[in-house]
Design a protein around this ligand. Sequence first.
Ligand code: CA2
Length: 139
Amino acid sequence: MKKLTIINGPNLNLLGKREPNIYGSLSFTEFLEEIKQKYAHVEIDYFQSNIEGELIDKLHEVGFNHDGIILNAAAYTHTSVGLGDAVKAIETPVIEVHISNTFNREEFRHQSYISPNARGVILGFGLQSYELAIQSFIN
Ligand code: CA2
């Protein structure tokens, strides 16, 4: 069984509660239940934190024993050298995902410290961005 981990960064625990025009109205836990049922043959772990160091610790923890990591570092994408270094340091391939198309938003969202060391980047497809990343790991 393939083992994947989804890691979500700051404020993504608010999904479905605020700003539905940008991020949709489904909570991540609701989405995760759907996706776990659909991909029952895949082990899909989930971790969310609002704390940069906890996200780095989680990358270290799963980055040598999982088949893939799906990372939405949220705002830290655009600021965190530490998260970028962690993605570079681990062995498990990382796919960077974003719900929104960060390139049609503010200029500061065009910069990513994750992308240079990610296997790929999927953005702008809403929560489907995560599903596309799962499919890329299992196909
Ligand atoms: O589009 C994405 O997935 C982002 O990673 C989301 C981040 C943003 O800083 C990135 O530029 C793009 C923000 C996540 C905040 O999520 C919220 C969800 C509901 C209500 C408020 C914030």
